[in-house]
Design a protein around this ligand. Structure first.
Ligand SMILES: Cc1cc2nc3c(=O)[nH]c(=O)nc-3n(C[C@H](O)[C@H](O)[C@H](O)COP(=O)(O)OP(=O)(O)OC[C@H]3O[C@@H](n4cnc5c(N)ncnc54)[C@H](O)[C@@H]3O)c2cc1C
Length: 439
């Protein structure tokens, strides 16, 4: 399937899932409608509840469903759909109150029946969910605590919304509609069970052992792990895994990191991790022999998804070199003869993670490495400043539109470089990006 067909297919699946409960009302026997606006409000309520259910599926990391897009795109979809879902669900009571202002009384928990209060509470929890997610950083909420609260709020909002719909049972009272909603409810429970219990349990049974912790330039560390008593997993170079260290996989303390090594027959994985916050600052303290859990592989950021290129161009900012190292190492192992270019943007020469490794790879590949330094050392004759249109133009080969492009780095850099590549005539279908920021 081509990218557009695949996207269309999965969007179709999404719409079908969200609209199925409404479609059912057209075929199942239903009570008399309450007029256009009343029915519209009910329809929005049903669609919103179904959308809430699908939100759980989107972040369940189903490999087959997420593989065509890359999981980062799915997480962004999850985030933006949350805004749509809140708008849909907020419209549900607003329309009802506008057509019958007496229904305002349902917002008062002292007067309202319990199923109405459940609906109101569900909506408030949903709003809290969106506010704490959209403004997590400005509100200073630590990531780990936020994740636990996010799950708790989501499950509570879904359960209360479900109870509200089920207990009122006006359009959802007929047996066939009840069965479908019971299946939707059970699917959500099954997803939560799979993600929070089954998958951690599987990870627990397939531990990895830390073999090496190497200090790298630029306040970063390479952590090497090997599977213990199992074969590990195969991955495409450039993909990533969720890594748990010093915690049980049940603890929800996992962090996503690109696999920086190339595929290896013994299942060894290397991650190059920059010290940035609470977790990453402790990586240097990890001792060889400690247990690690790696949930992967995920992501679509890989040369193996685009094997027919005339060559590859990697454009990295800071620790964005990690997935590029994986892809270049794999190309070297495969003795790939095509021409490749790595643009690596850094603050200064001494802080370029994996710099020596890229020098080594030049000996095994037809590889040009272009370091772009913000603060070049004295006597530096290479590129300086930021990656620009002109800089790319200077180094890209004649057949630039036959190459595949991989960009990973800070979001503003990615956006700028995407723009420059567009100006240079590179088709967007040949430009692939990885964001190190899911939440
Ligand atoms: C697909 C992907 C690949 C990545 N690959 C690499 C890599 O190869 N090398 C590297 O150094 N970094 C990589 N990162 C970034 C890395 O995951 C974060 O820097 C790290 O999780 C920060 O954790 P912290 O506790 O040290 O920092 P904190 O200061 O606690 O967090 C900084 C920010 O990182 C994000 N973050 C924190 N914890 C998590 C988490 N568990 N899951 C998702 N995001 C989180 C949050 O937005 C947070 O605000 C990658 C991220 C993604 C999404």
């Amino acid at each position: 399937m081509t990218g557009i067909v695949r996207t269309g297919f999965w969007l179709g699946v999404y719409l079908a899932a969200v609209l199925a409960p409404l479609g059912l009302l057209l075929v199942a026997p239903t009570p008399r409608g309450g007029g256009f606006w009343w029915d519209t409000a009910m329809g929005l309520g049903f669609a919103g509840l179904a959308m809430m259910g699908v939100q759980f599926l989107l972040t369940a990391r189903f490999r087959r469903a997420t593989a065509p897009f890359g999981i980062d795109v799915i997480y962004y979809f999850h985030r933006y759909l949350a805004y749509v879902l809140v708008a849909v669900l907020v419209a549900h009571p607003i329309i009802l109150i506008l057509i019958n202002p007496a229904q305002r009384a349902y917002l008062n928990p002292l007067e309202a029946p319990v199923e109405m209060t459940a609906g109101t509470l569900s909506l408030f929890l949903l709003l809290a969910l969106v506010v704490t997610s959209a403004w997590r950083k400005p509100l200073g909420i630590p990531y780990d605590g936020w994740r636990v609260a996010h799950l708790g709020l989501a499950v509570a909002a879904m359960a209360l919304g479900f109870y509200h719909m089920w207990a009122i049972g006006y359009y959802s009272g007929t047996p066939v509609v009840r069965v479908v909603w019971a299946l939707i409810g059970l699917s959500v429970l099954a997803v939560v069970f799979r993600v929070r219990l089954l998958r951690p349990w599987r990870l627990l049974r397939k531990p990895f052992r830390v073999r090496e912790v190497r200090e790298e330039r630029g306040s970063s560390w390479t952590l090497a792990v090997e599977p213990e008593g199992h074969g590990g997993f195969t991955f495409e170079p450039g993909q990533f895994a969720w890594l748990t260290l010093r915690h049980s996989p049940f603890a929800m303390r996992e962090h996503p990191f690109s696999i920086a090594s190339g595929p290896s027959p013994d299942g060894r994985l290397e991650f190059t991790i920059k010290e940035l916050g609470d977790f990453t600052r402790t990586v240097g303290e990890i001792e060889p022999g400690e247990t690690a859990y790696a949930d992967g592989p995920y992501g679509a950021f890989s040369i193996d998804r685009h094997p027919d290129a005339a060559g590859y161009v990697f454009i990295a900012g800071g620790i964005g070199v990690a997935p590029m190292a994986s892809m270049l190492r794999a190309l070297a192992d495969r003795e790939d003869p095509r021409p490749h270019t790595l643009f690596a943007a850094h603050s200064d020469w001494e802080r370029i993670p994996l710099r020596d490794e890229f020098e080594r790879l030049k000996g095994h590949l037809n590889l040009e490495v272009v370091h772009v330094l913000e603060e070049p050392p004295e006597g530096w004759s290479g590129e300086t400043g930021w990656i620009t249109h002109e800089l790319l133009d200077r180094h890209l080969p004649e057949n630039r539109d036959e190459m595949e492009y991989f960009i990973c780095g800070p979001i503003p850099m990615i956006q700028k470089v995407e723009g420059f590549l567009g100006e240079l005539g590179i088709p967007t279908s040949r430009v692939h990006t990885e964001l190190f920021d899911l939440a």
